[in-house]
Design a protein around this ligand. Sequence first.
Ligand SMILES: C[S@@+](CC[C@H](N)C(=O)[O-])C[C@H]1O[C@@H](n2cnc3c(N)ncnc32)[C@H](O)[C@@H]1O
Length: 241
Amino acid sequence: MTDAPGFYEHLTFNAPLSDARAEALAGRLAAAGPATIVDVGCGWAELLLRVVGRVPYATAVGVDTEERHLERARVRARELGVSGRVRFENQPGDDVTAAADVVICIGSSHAFGDTAAQALAALRPLVRPGGRLVLGEGTWEVRGPVGPDRVWDDVVALPSVAGLVDLAVEAGYRPLWVETANEDELFAFESGYLADLEQWLMHHDDAQVRARADEHRSRWLHGYRNAFGFAYLTLGVPALS
Ligand SMILES: C[S@@+](CC[C@H](N)C(=O)[O-])C[C@H]1O[C@@H](n2cnc3c(N)ncnc32)[C@H](O)[C@@H]1O
């Protein structure tokens, strides 16, 4: 037993993403035959590594500012036997300049500013003509009761799925595939995030950690649960653009 809660130990992806959706996404991206892939705000890069594993000639770069995530990515790359073709850099996303055939940015648009529009504009030159961007982005569409005092302002300001796709089209992309996390994925993500704290609290009496877990769970279940969503857009940049 460690003397601090775990660090994202219970999540396969740091996003509301099921194994089935990740496999389908990786399969579609691999089918396009990318030679180069960049993942901005890659975390431990599970999706990136799955794409690389399917394209034997592809090389990839993942950037993130959290060294512990990058180290997990490097270990996973070695496990999958692809470490010779993948590089992980501790770098802010907006420092990336090299264009790629596939660019992935899931849950990391904040690296480019406060809005999805800013991220879509900044990521556009990173996608080679004929290439693809996978943007994973929070959305806001009220489906039931929402506790206003328990929701962060920046979450309420998120676009709807339709609004997000409109922003992508305005920024010069074509929407090749539009999908959203389902209820199970959203619940698994929140539960997996909280599991670091709750598993630890099974063996530790710590008021601070308990307050952190209770605050997050309350904001989720009494606050944003009925409105927060997460969209995965696979966006094409036409070859003749
Ligand atoms: C919600 S996580 C998503 C991680 C990963 N894309 C995934 O789907 O598993 C957001 C990530 O952005 C990273 N991050 C935060 N600020 C960043 C920045 N300015 N540049 C690059 N990465 C950043 C965090 O360390 C974290 O790994």
